[in-house]
Structures are given as C-alpha cells and as structure tokens.
Design a protein around this ligand. Structure first.
Ligand code: NAD
Length: 428
C-alpha cells in the first residue's frame, strides 16, 4: 500500500482482504472499491468583515443499492477527499451491518469551524446546500452531523433546502435539533451504542462490567456519552478521557481516579469537545500528556476521537490488562496496529459496528419525519439497543463460524448484504 495512514487506502485494503476471503469476483470488487459519485465544489461565503472567502466542499456517494446515501458532514481543517471517500465507504458497510435500508455517503468542508462566528457558519452551511440541493434529498442522499458540525447547523441546512424546493422537508438531513425535526435520543445514540456493543462483548467474554475500568480518547459527542454510559449503564469506572486543546494546539489526558465525573466534565466542555483545562484543574482533575490515555491499566479502551490514533507507533503501549477495544471513532486503528491487536488477543469491536448507533437513530429520525409522529427517548433508545444487539449477534456468529476477527466478520456480513441487493436489483 502506497500510504499506510491514508484512510481511503486503509478502507480499500480492509475491503480487499475480506473480498479475497469471500472470493468476490474482480468486477464486483472494482465496483465497490470506488464511490459511485463524487462532488467537489467551492463555496463563496461572506465573512463578518464583508470580504468573500472561498471554502472547498465535498460530497461522496459511495453506494446506494440498499437505499438513499447516508452519512455525516465533517468540517475540519485537515479534511481531504480521501478521508471523505473512506468515511463514505465505511457508511455503506455500517448501514448494511445494522441492516437499515440506507447506503453510504459522506461530505465535508475544509475549515476550522472554531474560527467562524455563528453567522459565518450559517452562511457556509446554507452555501453547501445551495451547491448540493439537486443531489440530496430524503430519497437520494441524507447528510447528518459529524466532527465539527452540530444540530443547529443541520437545522439551517434543512431550512435552506426546504426554501429552495418550496416544501418543508425535514427528512433531507438528520441530527436536527429536537423541536426542529430532530429525534430524542440522537445526541446520546452513538456513545450509548458503543456501550451496548461493549455490554454484548462482555456477555460473550463473561466479564462483569461493574468490575471494569475504561480509558477513552476524545471528549466530543461520541466520547461524552460513551463515558456517561460506561458508568450509568454498565456500572464501570472511567479513568480518563483525552481531548484536543485548540488554544495550546495539543492533546491532553484528563483523569481523577475514582472521582472521575463525565457529566461534570461535559458541563465544562465546549461544542468542539475541548475541556476547560483551568476549571478541570480547579476541580481536582489531573492533566497529562495526550498520549497517556492509551497506556492505562484498564480493561477497555475506547478510541473515540479521530482516525489513525492507534498505530504502529503506540500500539505497544496498550496494557496487557486490556481485553476489549471498542472503536467509537471511524478508522481509529491502522492496519499494522490491527495486526498487533490480533496478536495480543484483544477482542476488538470494529468501528462500523461499534459506532453504528448514530446512523441507526438518524434512520429513526427520518422515519419519524416521514410519519410526522415522534417517539419518546426511551422508545428510541430501546429500538436502537434491539438493532445493535442483533447486529452484534450476526457479526459474532460470523466471527465464530468462519474463525475470523470481528472486523473481518463485520465486513463479511455487510458485503454479503450489499452484494445480495446488487443482485436483486439486477446491477450485477
Ligand atoms: P466531536 O468533534 O464531537 O469530538 C471529537 C473529539 O476528539 C473532541 O473531544 C476533540 O477534542 C477530540 N480530539 C481530536 N483530536 C484528538 C487527539 N489527537 N487526541 C485526543 N483527542 C482528540 O466528534 P464526534 O462526533 O464525537 O466524533 C468522534 C469520532 O466518531 C469521529 O471519528 C466520527 O467520525 C465518529 N462518529 C461520530 C458519530 C456521531 O454521531 N457523532 C457517529 C459515528 C461515528
């Protein structure tokens, strides 16, 4: 592989490895190795000082054989077309592994949203919709939030789309604010989904959750609810989280022994997942280097920040005590690190299974939008739990019967479903 840290090269290699095991014919492999469509465009935005600034935007539609493309919008300064391609491809597998009738897509803008005012952000996301409106829609492609985007931005985008097409269309985008077409439970969905997966893994490995400890990388949407759920749903103890400090341009690990309180930390964290270091220290938290999270003597580690975070350079720092790695983030483990983790015999819950709670509840959001009838939070979370349990069960069964790691098993389940739909629709 030319570049072992390029997420798209990783996503393609993971697919090829499993395609070989499944003996998939080369034409079908070629079909699935690349997105069906890609949109690259430039968005002019009037900044608060009156000047026009150009931003580079993308939307990648990997595969829609099982239903409309689905996937988040990532606003990040180091976004690339290849990271978006990888994320779009993983969305195809994610929707298939949880068996929801959606395909894979992803989009983004190269921008540091923390440097924009709320008005500039609104103009940027409305501009994104003006470039893409013909190619998105409830039956075409349904974006959602991801790193650097939030429910308010989704609300503005839904409004812009509805104005352009002249019809209130809440189902064009998910992750909208509750009260503005959003679903209860969406903000907790991905982090809690990680926890439901860990619970199932612990049942399988016969581990008592109340006796376990976890270390988490990240403290954004996914990590916050994974940390809260680890204590409140599983009764375990979180020993630390880490985060990226934009002011200092470096990552830190934040811990407080038994007194670690994720809900308190959430109250001193901004919308970009950056913890107020001063307030954390004043409240008895210890601040260490950003790499400290991975070396903790814990039972579970949860990478829930960005891709490529467990790699050849740090995989050997993982404690021998670790029994489960739950990939909250998309693509957090490089191929070399993956091989080392298999050698260490750690049970890894792969990203597109582990963090699939988000897209599952996004799907529920569009179902509720279509019905114009909304469920309670408990109903949403119970339905999510049922879907994730069943997905975990299918993957575990595949892993056991085929004697392959969970990642390969998740690919096998997903790829078989996608290829079956391609056959049924007469595409191949
Ligand atoms: P977010 O922007 O809310 O949070 C990201 C967090 O990662 C922040 O706390 C940030 O400080 C931290 N971070 C960034 N770089 C870091 C580093 N080098 N070291 C330590 N911390 C670092 O994003 P999110 O929505 O929580 O998404 C996190 C991951 O989960 C991404 O890979 C995303 O694609 C994936 N994901 C998110 C959802 C969702 O519903 N939000 C669903 C599925 C997958």
């Amino acid at each position: 592989m030319k570049n072992p840290t390029n997420p798209f090269a990783i996503a393609q290699q993971q697919f090829k490895n499993v395609a070989q095991l499944l003996d998939i014919n080369p034409t079908i492999q070629e079909f699935l190795l690349w997105p069906q469509k890609e949109y690259h465009f430039r968005i002019p935005v009037q900044m608060d000082n009156g000047e026009i600034q150009m931003f580079e935007g993308f939307r990648v539609q990997h595969n829609n054989v099982r239903g409309p493309n689905k996937g988040g919008l990532r606003f990040h300064p180091s976004e690339t077309i290849d990271s978006i391609r990888a994320l779009a491809m993983w969305m195809t597998w994610k929707c298939a592994v949880v068996n929801i009738p959606l395909g894979g897509g992803k989009g983004g803008v190269i921008v540091d949203p923390a440097k924009l005012s709320p008005q500039e952000k609104e103009r940027l996301v409305r501009g994104w919709v003006r470039k893409m409106w013909k190619n998105i829609g409830p039956r075409q492609d349904v974006p959602a939030p991801d790193v650097g985007t939030n429910p308010q931005m989704m609300g503005w985008m839904m409004d812009e789309y509805s104005k352009i097409i002249g019809k209130y269309t809440p189902g064009v985008i998910t992750g909208k604010p509750v009260g503005g077409g959003g679903s209860l439970g969406r903000k907790e969905a991905t982090g809690y989904g990680v926890i439901y997966n860990i619970r199932e893994a612990m049942k399988h490995l016969k581990i008592e959750s109340q006796k376990t400890k976890a270390a988490i990388q990240g403290f954004g949407n996914v990590a916050q609810y994974a940390a809260i759920g680890f204590k409140e749903i599983l009764g375990g103890e979180v020993v630390c989280v880490s985060y990226w400090d934009a002011q200092d341009s470096k990552a830190y690990t934040v811990s407080k022994g038994k007194d670690f309180d994720a809900r308190f930390l959430q109250s001193i964290t901004n919308q970009y997942g950056s913890i107020n270091k001063k307030l954390a220290i004043e409240n008895g938290y210890t601040i260490e280097d950003g790499n400290a999270w991975i070396a903790q003597d814990v039972d579970i580690i949860i990478p829930a920040a960005m891709e490529g975070q467990i790699n050849a350079g740090n995989v050997h720092n993982i404690s021998n005590k670790v029994k489960i790695i739950a990939e909250g983030a998309n693509g957090p483990t490089t191929l070399e690190a993956d091989a080392a983790i298999q050698q260490k015999n750690i049970f890894l819950i792969p990203d597109f299974l582990c963090n699939s709670g988000g897209v599952t509840v996004s799907y529920f959001e569009s179902v509720q939008n279509d019905m114009n009838f909304y469920w309670t939070k408990q109903e949403v979370l119970e339905k999510e739990d049922n879907i994730l349990c069943s997905a975990f069960g299918s993957v575990l069964e595949m892993a056991t019967t085929q004697d392959v790691p969970m990642r390969d098993a998740a690919y096998m389940v997903a790829i078989e479903r996608v290829i079956k739909a391609m056959h049924l629709r007469g595409w191949i």
